[in-house]
Design a protein around this ligand. Structure first.
Ligand SMILES: *Cc1c(COP(=O)(O)O)cnc(C)c1O
Length: 435
């Protein structure tokens, strides 16, 4: 697999280089030089395969010879060791549950796969790989649990004190081993600024082998294609031939993976991008002018992104042809009041308790069904388990949430976190003194 930069079509780097660098120096994003086409017979018979079989076939097509088949198969099976079931709410509407991994959010797919790819490329005798990550909640848990026990790696997570939910904090702070949590007395933006400064600090880079677990890493995108194929396989087994996917979107990595799957030959009728009031992409698709704005805080906080970094990847995937993108992707935007109505409707109509991100996807899927009636199967993606968002969900619905396995044990574990003010020198000292 060779990759170019969205800012420089002539650049070529190896998969390994793209994984460790995350971003090209020109600040573009890495994209595969060729989008491989899957064998049509594989798609025709896809319902015969498991999620892991599908994952291996798709990863093999993309990554090629950079990782031998046996090793890649082992990585996929080890990383994706949980299911992603489609549950039917009614005849025309299903929900693809992506929260059955260890951190109860879809980011487990990306984080677990990336950690194992980094572990694979780290040779014995290499310097310890130091992964730095800032989180507003979900990414940190997925990265912590994804890297937990992965040899040759150490993870430092910065999270804003008092601004993540209870379950999120427990997932960040109760691991020990190769995972460290820094509780920063500031905001998510402060955490991110500290991490960015560390990456640009020469003295630090001389001493430590730093890497980022950023969500734009190509190794996080690849495994997110797997569940689109798997959802299609599950629907096909039930006789559904046309599928519309609705994706709750923030940084547009998740829907980007769906579009990559489509480009590789997955039959998808249409995509719907659902956003909260951070509506930069919907505004772009209607006006043709890309004008990012500062993010606004909402109930669906993992989607509070004012300048979605994966959007250029999507434009690149379609040769920057705005009309083509418009014909394939519809967008809908919902505010917090509407999100609450969506959660309530899911609860009352189907007894389904959803997190706010999932409820936004549900509302968009419904709206698209009204705007474009048809016989297709509509699938919306559930990106997180509701137990991660107690404050956003009504008491009545939250009382019906069954905690996933392990959640109660989590609360019993000791919190291990170092509190730091927003002060770069102190952060740097911490890193240097805890080598
Ligand atoms: C990260 C996240 C999203 C947004 O996904 P993107 O790939 O950034 O579009 C949606 N929902 C949840 C629960 C998330 O954690």
């Amino acid at each position: 697999m060779k990759l170019y930069s969205t800012n420089n079509k002539d650049l070529r780097v190896s998969f390994q280089e793209a994984v460790f660098n995350s971003l090209p120096a020109d600040k573009g994003l890495y994209m595969p030089e060729v989008i491989p086409q899957l064998d049509p017979a594989f798609i025709r018979n896809i319902e015969q395969y498991s999620l892991q079989d599908i994952g291996f076939t798709v990863a093999k097509a993309l990554i090629g010879d950079d990782i031998p088949a046996d090793a890649l198969k082992a990585i996929v099976h080890d990383a994706i060791n949980f299911d992603a079931p489609v549950k039917l709410l009614d005849a025309g509407m299903g929900v693809l549950e992506l929260f059955h991994g260890p951190s109860y959010a879809f980011k487990d797919f990306g984080a677990r796969f990336m950690s194992r790819i980094m572990g694979y490329f780290s040779q014995e005798g290499d310097q310890l790989l130091d992964v730095l990550v800032a989180t507003s909640g979900d990414t940190g848990g997925a990265v912590a649990l994804g890297f937990l026990g992965v040899e040759g790696t150490r993870v430092t997570i910065l999270y804003p004190k008092g601004k993540v939910s209870k379950v999120q904090e427990e997932q960040l702070t109760t691991n020990g081993q190769n995972i460290r949590a820094l509780e920063i007395e500031g905001t998510f933006d402060d955490c991110q600024a500290l991490v960015k400064k560390a990456f640009n600090d020469e003295t630090l880079n001389d001493v430590l082998r730093l890497t980022s677990a950023n969500s734009i890493n190509i190794a996080r995108l690849i495994p997110q294609t797997f569940y689109y194929f798997w959802a299609y396989a599950q629907l096909k087994a039930q006789g559904v031939s046309e599928v519309v996917f609705t994706v709750p979107s923030g940084n547009f990595g998740n829907i980007g993976a769906g579009l990559l799957a489509y480009k590789m030959g997955l039959p998808v009728k249409h995509f719907v991008a659902a956003t909260n009031v951070n509506d930069t992409v919907p505004r772009f698709l209607s006006s043709g002018a890309y004008s990012p704005k500062p993010s606004v805080q909402t109930l669906a906080n993992a989607m509070d992104v004012g300048d979605p970094s994966n959007w250029v990847r999507i434009m690149d995937l379609f040769g920057r042809d705005l009309e083509m993108v418009r014909s394939l992707i519809s967008t809908y935007t919902f505010n917090d009041a509407e999100t609450k109505v969506g959660m309530q409707e899911l609860f009352e109509r189907y007894g389904y308790v959803a997190c706010p991100h999932t409820a936004i996807a549900y509302l968009a899927a419904r709206q698209y069904q009204e705007d474009a009636p048809g016989t297709y199967g509509s699938v919306f993606l559930s990106t997180a388990h509701p137990c991660k968002f107690p404050d956003a969900i009504s008491k009545e619905a939250f009382a019906k949430v069954t905690l996933p396995q392990g959640a109660e044990a989590l609360a019993e574990k000791e919190k291990l976190a170092t509190v730091l003010p927003v002060d770069y020198d102190l952060f740097k000292d911490y890193l240097l003194q805890h080598k």
